[in-house]
Design a protein around this ligand. Structure first.
Ligand code: HEM
Length: 409
């Protein structure tokens, strides 16, 4: 029998749904193994099927991911926006909303990441980078993930969100354990840590009552002051939004920083070139973002039966957006596994997503990565790997431990 509107062969589709192309949590991942697997899968099935986590589709090709994230008529974030689906602990704008509800939150959030706001923040971001990096370069044998990448985002967050560092570090620690619990589907721990993160978000909000912070300079105060259709944004949604921001902003930078250090450790010539010409660092960061995109488990849910390429996706099916794979798709990025400084179409990468839910924090993320490399390269004569990197597991892709040997400049 054929699908009444889409013309798909339903018996073939049933067989396809029962297949299992890949296991997202296979142990023993190395720095290169996931990309090798994704390359093989992209060639065979750019929309792959996995039976893990109750069954999901995975968009692995660039065009397939782009199609899902830009088609808000057929795909929603309101039902399941990550694989695995974890315990529901509340609606958190902006990621959990579709337009038009989504728009009011993004309008406020976007204003916190304008070029002038980023320029004003940069000296404090740089000071945090230097404070953390300098002792590491002297210590020589370090774990750049555990001693820098897991701490720097909390310091930046403290500056960006006008928090004290202990609060930001508490958020970072709770977030780390929360992300681990999601990976092993420990719903009880996820719920209790989520509750803890809500409490922290509430305390940040309470601290803003009474007009102590200028909405022009403080994102939480701006959310409290914002209006939609002449009404203040609902209190529970503002709480959800602050809770969303404090987690989303910490996870990706933590895994991505280690990826940059692994790449540069393996390419001493590139290190030296960037030391000699720091003006090339932004281009290097952009290509590293393409090559080592840290998200592979963000997701959408189909609103209706819909064709994605030649694959029938059923209403309510979750689809993981494997950005990690899409950005190496040879159809868009020739020689996609290779680092090419100044790659002509690097700006087409979708490491920060695209469309409605594209990352509002991208300007801050880019600045954090640039400043990290500028300071690490300038203060060191060289650095190299001092052991095997350890990898985070799905839904992020990237490092969680990178032993390095630094030589001071
Ligand atoms: C290397 C660093 C980062 C990467 C690669 C990254 C990547 C992404 C991606 C791919 C999305 C889209 C998710 C989707 O399509 O479902 C996203 C959304 C988001 N990111 Fe980032 N991000 C980074 C850093 C940050 C930072 C520093 C912040 C905030 C301070 C942030 C805040 C957000 C928020 C709030 C959303 C949801 C936007 C919406 O739903 O409208 N991110 N990010």
């Amino acid at each position: 029998m054929r699908h009444p509107e889409l013309g798909a062969d339903l018996a073939a589709e049933e067989r396809r749904r029962a297949e299992h192309d890949f296991d997202p949590v296979r142990p023993g991942e190395t720095f290169t193994s996931a990309h090798e697997e994704f390359r093989e899968l992209r060639a065979r099935c750019p929309v792959a099927r996995s039976q893990t986590y109750d069954g999901f589709w995975a968009a692995l090709g660039y065009h397939e991911v782009l199609e899902v994230i830009t088609d808000i008529e057929h795909y929603t974030t309101t039902k399941q926006n990550a694989v695995p689906k974890f315990a529901f602990t509340g609606v958190r704008p902006p990621l959990h909303l579709d337009p038009p509800e989504h728009t009011a939150y993004r309008r406020v959030i976007n204003r916190a990441f304008t070029p002038p706001r980023m320029r004003a923040l940069e000296p404090r971001v740089r000071a945090a980078a230097v404070e953390l990096l300098d002792p590491l370069i002297d210590a020589r044998w370090v774990d750049v993930c555990k001693q820098y990448a897991h701490r720097f985002p909390a310091h930046v967050f403290a500056e960006f969100f006008n928090l004290d560092v202990p609060t930001a570090q508490l958020i970072k620690d709770v977030t780390g354990t929360y992300v681990d619990a999601i990976q092993v589907l420990d719903h009880e721990v996820v719920k209790s840590l989520s509750k803890k993160l809500y409490e922290i978000a509430q305390s940040i909000i309470d601290d803003r009552r009474g007009g102590r912070y200028d909405p022009e300079e403080d994102l939480t105060a701006a959310l409290l002051a914002a209006e939609m259709d002449g009404e203040k944004l609902p209190a529970d949604m503002v709480l959800g939004c602050v809770r969303q921001l404090i987690v989303t902003g910490m996870v990706a930078p933590s895994v991505f920083i280690g990826n940059m250090f692994v790449h540069l450790s393996k390419d001493p010539e590139l290190q030296d070139r960037l030391r000699a010409e720091p003006g090339l660092i932004p281009a290097a960061v952009e290509e590293l973002l393409r090559l080592y995109s840290p998200y592979r488990g963000m997701a959408r849910t189909a609103r209706t039966d819909v064709m994605l390429g030649d694959q029938l996706i059923r209403k309510d099916d979750p689809i993981a957006l494997v950005y990690t794979s899409a950005n190496r798709d040879e159809r868009v990025f020739p020689d996609g596994d290779t680092f090419v400084l100044g790659r002509p179409n690097v700006h087409r990468h979708i490491s920060f997503g695209r469309g409605t839910h594209s990352c509002p924090g991208a300007p801050l993320a880019r600045m954090m990565m640039r400043v990290t490399l500028e300071e690490a390269l300038q203060r060191s004569a060289s650095f190299r790997l001092a052991g095997e990197p350890e990898m985070a597991i799905w839904a992020e892709w990237g490092t969680r431990s990178v032993p390095l040997d630094f030589v001071r400049a």
